[in-house]
Ligand binder design. Structure first.
Ligand code: KIV
Ligand code: ZN
Length: 520
């Protein structure tokens, strides 16, 4: 590998999935891991194996399935975490243990360790990990707020104990590009043994500088960027994979680095992560936003027609967006549907295609033209409904009028038992949600209710996102339908199903805090 190669470490399934409300199901995690592997991600951080039985199973299975990528699991700085992590990643052809501890003054206070005690802990845990696995990554959490001398000291200890990747996290998104480059450059120049390891950068986006900080770190000598699809992640998120990869590709004149990413797969994985996480991509998001390649103003359109380069620095094809796209209609057959889905980066097994085809025909009957975005919404809705869910919507009819209350007749299936109710509310959605609560009483609080028209026109499908919170657990559900109220009911029920999975995890004591080291 030449030194201008930058490794891409994707943590969508770990740091990304940690963001409140972004829970993914087991099969969704496997699907995303497969897409990451296929697009050429070098290292996939598949989860935090000690966090829950579900995380452990997901990491183990991803480790078994992955073809090319190194599969990495996260562990805190204690033997129990590290052992559990190795148990999960050992199935991979190329396993990696990633272990971390917070080294800044604020983070040192959490486990209440002195500087010397923490240094010993780092030596012991990295050595332990290295005895299990040849490939060990170590991170001083909150590195950018750690005292310089202490940071050099602990990085040196980790290298001597056998870590081959040293990750420097900007955990709270505090650093700025000049500092980011300088920190890595100085560490490489100062710490003995630094030339023999790969330095990584892991930036959070609290001040909107994650992409700039990651690229600056590469200028400073880092050769691994940690990032997530769509910038998913805690608080304001992590560095967005698509942004750093396309920045290095588009501006290779001033950033002569390359990655192994097949950029034509970016759009498909971005859409899939958005739909499984329930985190809608903002329209003006760099690279993958709906408007990123749209040229609406007259001047821009005129300029584009004369020469694309007037307003386009990247080609849409480079990220997997096809140029013009003809809509399907009610006469389109299965083969046309399969071809179109393939074009959108969706490869379905025959039985899945059959299910989607039934939905497609139903939609095409109600809507003259079925656009790409309609199909994407349809596939996501199919995936949301098909999980092994405890709750599902069977029938819904709402009666609306100019005068409240509106009423909803709802039939739902809960654990295989069908129940029919009528409920009232202030508007059709309120009546519907009240009906769901009547069938399945719960204390979850509605945090977000959002409706997006998938395409234009009054026959457009609506994509509805619902976020629920119960005892600190947050789950987001999504659904799409030409009937906004039906989409709302299904999204609400989808969020409830996801919340039930979380509820189960917390009652089995599997929710753990990142900063607890007591069980060492
Ligand atoms: O942000 C952070 O510091 C992390 C570490 C666990 C690497 O995610
Ligand atoms: Zn992080």
């Amino acid at each position: 590998m030449t030194t201008d190669h930058v490794l891409i470490f994707d943590t969508t399934l770990r740091d990304g999935e940690q963001s409140p409300g972004a829970t993914m199901t087991h099969s969704e995690k496997l699907e995303i891991a497969e897409m990451l592997d296929e697009m050429g991600v070098d290292i996939i951080e598949a989860g935090f194996p000690i966090a829950s039985e579900g995380d452990f199973k997901a990491v183990s299975e991803i480790a078994k399935n992955s073809q090319n990528a190194v599969i990495c699991g996260l562990s805190r700085a204690n033997f129990k975490d590290i052992d559990r992590c190795f148990e999960a990643v050992k199935h991979s052809k190329r396993p990696r243990i990633h272990t971390f501890i917070g080294t800044s003054p604020l983070h040192r206070a959490i486990p209440n360790l002195t500087m010397d005690e923490m240094a010993d802990r780092i030596h012991d845990t990295v050595s332990h990990a290295r005895n299990l696995c040849d490939n060990v990554q170590w991170s001083p959490m909150d590195a950018t707020r750690t005292e310089w001398d202490y940071l050099c000291r602990v990085v040196e200890i980790a290298i001597k104990a056998g870590a081959s990747t040293i990750n420097i996290p900007d955990t709270v998104g505090y650093t700025a590009p000049v500092e980011s480059a300088d920190l890595i450059r100085r560490l490489i120049a100062t710490v003995p043994g630094a030339d023999d390891v790969v330095f990584a950068t892991h930036c959070h986006n609290d001040l909107g500088m994650a992409t700039a900080n990651s690229l600056a770190a590469v200028e400073g000598g880092a050769r691994q960027i940690e990032c997530t699809i769509n910038g998913l992640g805690e608080r304001a998120g992590n560095t967005a994979l698509e942004e750093v990869v396309m920045a290095m590709k588009t501006r290779s004149d001033i950033m002569p680095f390359h990655t192994g990413i097949d950029t034509t797969k970016i759009m498909a994985i971005s859409r899939r992560v958005s739909s499984v996480s329930g985190f809608v991509v903002q329209p003006n998001k760099a690279i993958v936003g709906k408007n990123a390649f749209a040229h609406e103003s007259g001047i821009h359109q005129d300029g584009m027609l004369k020469n694309r380069e007037n307003f386009e620095i990247m080609r849409p094809e480079d990220i997997g967006l096809s140029g013009t796209s003809l809509p399907l209609g009610k006469h389109s057959g299965r083969a046309a549907l399969r071809a179109k889905l393939k074009e959108l980066g969706i490869d379905l097994a025959d039985n899945q295609l059959n299910d989607v085809f039934v939905r497609f025909k139903d939609l095409a009957d109600r809507k003259k033209e079925v656009f790409d975005d309609d199909l994407l919404a349809l596939v996501s809705a199919e995936a949301s409904d098909e999980q092994s869910d405890r709750l599902s919507v069977k029938f819904l009819r709402v009666i609306c009028g100019t005068e409240a209350p509106q009423s909803a007749d709802l039939t739902m299936v809960v654990d295989g038992v069908e129940t029919q109710v009528t409920a009232h509310g202030d508007g059709p959605v309120d009546a519907t949600f009240n009906a769901v609560k009547q069938v399945f009483p719960h204390a979850a609080r509605l945090q977000l209710y959002q409706v997006h028209a998938v395409t234009e026109g009054t026959d457009a499908q609506a994509t509805v996102s619902v976020r629920l919170e119960e005892d600190g657990n947050i789950a987001t559900g999504q659904s799409a339908d030409t009937d906004t109220v039906v989409a709302s009911a299904k999204a609400y029920v989808n969020a409830l199903n996801r919340l039930l999975v979380k509820r189960e995890r917390s009652t089995t004591g599997e929710n753990l805090k990142m900063v607890s080291y007591k069980d060492a």
